[in-house]
Design a protein around this ligand. Structure first.
Ligand code: PLP
Length: 394
């Protein structure tokens, strides 16, 4: 008989994917220019030219048998070494290749990191608003996802966190810069979070791992930097992806970096390798690992995201939306103009505005716009947003 838990998941397909599919169908009907599609977080800028050059060079000059050969199950050693060296140089860490596990994007990194430090029945705490895929990542391990309500400016609500923590919690999952709010956790937030988790580890007598989801680490505005969460708390597993910074979401490449001072630091990557055996993950492609290893300190030209954010933030505020100014990512998360964000986004569809209602982010009453689009689309969208808001909500 077919697996009933996965069958049940068919009814709960991603709202974001469904909206994106709707937008694609609608574009075929009325023409792409007439649909204002802000549904999907698919980068709109090409990868860095240095990545393309690296791949061309690998294909032209490397031994094809080695280039397309099996990767060691934890990742190619020289790639892991290069990742460790780059993180050490940027963040003053002391990783070696033994702390790095190469994965299929952040999804692969999170699924492995969560399995490495939780067992069925454990609780994993995360903070609203959160990436909806945290449900399958966490629940796939047999653990239970507990959600903490948002704090002011979408920073952490520490009172709510303290109410949620209990001895069953073995991991806390953060995402900064955040999808969907665009908010960057401040130094003060990360410092306080680390202090609370350290105290709770002592109180409960067991580890609480911080799983830090960092695909937007490089997409930060106003010349700021995202503080590196591992600097604050030793029991941190950083989960990174090249999907957004290098515009490589289809190549499926990322890594887990286990803090060198975390509990069993040298076991995390090997344990992830054992997890892969059961899931059939078996590492990202060898050639792509070698390609990114040559361009670890490069990104795509990410400037369009900040341009789009400023345009949208100013326009939304001017129209009368209540909205937090994003510090990074390519998302913005305004309050809907009625309590029911689903109803709001349904009405927006009549204007061919494709906005994602916030319920699946664990934070009802808001909507997300993914502005990884051309600036020209953002500029054409603003009058449509204005018309929609005025006609529907006065
Ligand atoms: N985490 C967050 C917050 C994301 O936004 C995404 C993708 O959009 C992922 C994880 C998964 O990233 P990847 O495509 O690298 O698996």
């Amino acid at each position: 008989m077919i697996n009933t838990s996965y069958k049940a998941m068919l009814g709960g397909k991603s709202v974001i994917r469904q909206l994106s599919e709707y937008a694609t169908a609608r574009k075929a009907q009325v023409g792409a220019d007439h649909v204002y599609d802000f549904s999907l977080g698919n980068p709109s800028v090409p990868t860095a030219p240095e990545f393309t050059e690296a791949m061309l060079d690998l294909y032209a000059h490397d031994d094809p048998v080695a280039l397309h050969g099996y990767s060691p199950s934890l990742g190619i050693t020289q790639v892991r070494e290069a990742v460790a060296a780059s993180l050490n140089q940027r963040f003053g860490m002391n990783y070696t290749y033994e702390h790095i596990f190469m994965t299929s994007g952040a999804a692969g990194a999170l699924s492995h990191a969560l399995r490495a430090v939780t067992k069925p029945g454990d609780e994993v705490v995360t903070f609203a608003p959160y990436f909806p895929e945290y449900h399958p990542y966490v629940e796939g391990t047999g653990a239970i996802l507990r959600v903490v309500e948002p704090g002011e400016h979408f920073q952490i609500n520490f009172d709510a966190l303290e109410r949620t923590l209990n001895p069953n919690v073995t991991a806390v999952l953060i995402n900064t810069p955040n999808n969907p709010s665009g908010v960057v956790y401040s130094d003060a937030t990360l410092t306080k979070l680390a202090a609370i988790l350290s105290a709770k580890q002592t109180e409960y007598g067991h580890d609480i791992f911080l799983i830090s989801d960092e695909p937007y680490r490089e997409i930060v505005f106003d010349g700021q930097n995202q503080p590196y969460p591992s600097k604050y708390y030793a029991n941190t597993l950083s989960c990174y992806s090249f999907s957004k910074s290098l515009s490589l979401p289809g190549e499926r490449i990322g890594y887990v970096a286990a803090h060198p001072q975390c509990t069993d630091a040298l076991l995390i990557a090997p344990i992830c390798g054992q997890i892969s055996r059961g899931t059939g993950h078996n590492c990202p492609p060898s050639s792509i690992q070698l390609g990114v290893a040559r361009v670890l300190d490069k990104t795509s030209d990410l400037r369009v995201y900040e341009t789009n954010m400023n345009l949208l933030y100013d326009a939304l505020t001017d129209i009368g939306f209540s909205v937090e100014r994003p510090g990074g990512t390519f998302y913005i998360f305004p309050k809907a103009l009625e309590a029911d964000a689903n109803a709001f986004c349904m009405k927006a569809k009549d204007y061919d505005l494709i906005l994602v209602p916030s319920d699946s982010f664990g934070c009802p009453g808001y909507f997300r716009m993914a502005y990884c689009t051309t600036t020209e689309l953002v500029e054409r969208t603003i009058p449509v947003l204005r018309k929609f808001a005025h006609e529907q909500y006065g």
